[in-house]
Design a protein around this ligand. Structure first.
Ligand SMILES: Nc1ncnc2c1ncn2[C@@H]1O[C@H](COP(=O)(O)OP(=O)(O)OP(=O)(O)O)[C@@H](O)[C@H]1O
Ligand SMILES: [Mg+2]
Length: 282
């Protein structure tokens, strides 16, 4: 059964309200024969003060969803709100300020400035905004991410994992209320990956921040409060209180059959039968 999903979108809001939300969010790239529908009328509520993971096959629209929710990309149709502010239709200047004040973004491709060293990269957004970093917090971020002895290195002098940690520190440095992280552990060894995940978890539990994280790793997703599953530009399922085993099993169901999109039940109950194909239950 399909619903209007206006009150109950996937990721349905908790008592704390929504940090970000989208209705009928559609994003197409290109036009005509070569057009790609990266997001197909997505409804989503990102609960404030919670850790949400986004999973799905390569090309399913995860990065596009993050960019549109963060106001980094324009939408083709639909609406996006950050908190109570609708950002679709906002003027570029207002949008820039809103992003700067409220959002930290860890890009899949880091987006570090090659001519700046690590600490300059970390504080760049605040420098641009004319804000003074909270030195105690900055030190905690730098030490937790193990960057203390790399602060004067430029990105080219850092390993992939170190660059990722700089990008992580940059997103956290200004203590944004909403952090988007696109595969933040993708280039890290398991120990560094766990530290970053622990850090994101603490940001939520101890500081009340909101985290949305794309990951391909069921173990990483298990650190979240809720997993949203994307396929072909639609949210096809969600899983509260995920465990690595349950996520892995869910992914196996996806890849085992056709990715026939399913709408979550109106009460938010996860849809568990994602495929038309019979699967082994033993
Ligand atoms: N700038 C662009 N121009 C044209 N098509 C694009 C562009 N960016 C993304 N796409 C297409 O939109 C779809 C969704 O891309 P997106 O980057 O959101 O996927 P993803 O789920 O993040 O994948 P991955 O796991 O590989 O990072 C893909 O089919 C991709 O080819
Ligand atoms: Mg991506």
């Amino acid at each position: 059964m399909s619903t209007s999903a206006v009150e109950h979108a996937p990721g349905h809001a908790q008592a704390g309200g929504t940090a970000a939300r989208a209705r009928a969010l559609t994003k197409a790239y290109g036009s005509g024969e070569t057009a790609v529908l990266a997001l197909d009328s997505v409804d989503v509520d990102i609960a404030r003060g919670r850790f949400t993971a986004v999973m799905g096959p390569s090309g399913s629209g995860k990065s596009t969803l993050m960019h549109c929710l963060a106001g980094l990309d324009t939408v083709s149709a639909g609406q996006v709100w950050l908190g109570d502010t609708e950002i679709t239709g906002l003027k570029e200047r207002e949008l820039t300020r809103l992003r700067r004040d409220r959002i930290g973004f860890m890009f899949q491709s880091f987006n570090l400035i090659p001519t700046l060293n690590a600490v300059e990269n970390i504080t760049l957004p605040m420098d641009i905004a004319g804000q003074k970093p909270d030195q105690k917090w900055l030190d905690q971020v730098i030490d937790t991410l193990g960057l203390r002895d790399r602060l004067k290195h430029r990105p080219a002098q850092l390993s992939g994992g170190q660059q990722q940690r700089v990008a992580c520190a940059r997103a956290l440095a200004s203590r944004p209320e909403l952090i988007f992280a696109d595969e933040p552990t993708g280039n890290l060894d398991s120990r560094a990956g766990l530290e970053v995940l622990g850090f994101l978890r603490e940001a939520v539990d101890d500081l009340g921040q909101t985290v949305v994280m794309v990951t391909h790793d069921p173990g990483a997703a298990a650190h979240s409060d809720l997993v949203l599953f994307l396929a072909d530009g639609r949210i096809v399922d969600e899983m509260p209180e995920p465990t690595a085993e349950a996520v892995l099993e869910r992914m196996r169901l996806f890849s085992g059959g056709q990715s026939q999109p399913q709408t979550p039940a109106p009460d938010g109950t996860p849809v568990t039968e994602a495929t038309d194909e019979p699967t082994d239950e033993d």
